[in-house]
Write a protein that binds this ligand. Sequence first.
Ligand SMILES: Nc1ncnc2c1ncn2[C@@H]1O[C@H](COP(=O)(O)OP(=O)(O)OP(=O)(O)O)[C@@H](O)[C@H]1O
Length: 345
Amino acid sequence: MSEHDAIILEMKDVKVHFHLDEGVLKAVDGIDLQIKRGKTLGIVGESGCGKSVTAQAILRIVPKPGEVVGDINLYRNDANHKNEATNLTNLNPRGKEIRDIRGGEIAMIFQEPMKAFSPIHSIGNQIMEAILLHATEDKEEAYRIAVDILKKVGMSNPEQRLSEYPHQLSGGMRQRAMIAMALSCNPSILIADEPTTALDVTVQAQVLQLINDLKSNNDTSVIFITHDLGVIAEMSDDVAVMYLGKVVEYTDVDSLFYNPKHPYTKALMNSIPAIGRENKRLESIEGTVPFPMNLPQGCGFYSRCKLAVDGVCNVSDIPLIQVSKGHTVRCLMVEAEHKEIEVVS
Ligand SMILES: Nc1ncnc2c1ncn2[C@@H]1O[C@H](COP(=O)(O)OP(=O)(O)OP(=O)(O)O)[C@@H](O)[C@H]1O
């Protein structure tokens, strides 16, 4: 398999800037990511780091006055595309091609399913509408697919569920219904943005298991967005740690947990409870993510970093460096530790 056969989506130097009266808000500021076929990329970071806007950029649903630049190459492996790249940033956000891709090739599930469903139509109507739009024109077949998919996501009485309205379902069932709608067109990529945050722990575990099962059974690629490192450990093959619109550490899940490098990643790790660390106090990361407008020069984490050195870390943009194959970090202190390492960008 060539490298490109293994990659379904690639982001190169993607920026999402909102041009506001007060200045330019840099929600995403030059990120490079690769999504592998049949694998999960976890994107982790605190609130405001740019995770959701990254997902919106892929689907071209960034609200105005947001502007997306850079390359978001989708490699479709069907008869019409034969793995050639479609650059999603070049598509008209309201045009037919991106509308076909959205909900067809790439589907998304959100934290709050009520956002995905209209309250005035039955679950069945909405799931069937998606199927009729992307998968078949035959209503009876669409109904059969809808029933099958509700069974697949573990909903009892699927025929009855289809006639119910979103408010008649429990939170967990609504989440399953939204996953069903996302999966009804057999997407190659599923984007899950904090899909379990609003659920209780048991239902959360079931929904995560469901996403993992669907990934292995259908070879779906998943982009899993969360602020929760515990969920990242459970779900991801690769992980991108985001801070202030940039990827600050990017590697496979084992390297991230066994050999974290960036001070922000380490701080996130120290702020979660872990087995075998009972005697260590949990540390919260002091301060909050700065507002991404009119930022000072240098590292975005400077104001909160225990290792930061004045005159070094707050002078110019921090390059991404490779600490080992497939493991990149954006930190000058890590660079100083690894004198022989390679600067990537
Ligand atoms: N439509 C918008 N207009 C202006 N600014 C926005 C818009 N959407 C997001 N932002 C800003 O972009 C930055 C990144 O937001 P984003 O929602 O991507 O963060 P996040 O990491 O997903 O956090 P959360 O987990 O809270 O959603 C934030 O500073 C946010 O205020």
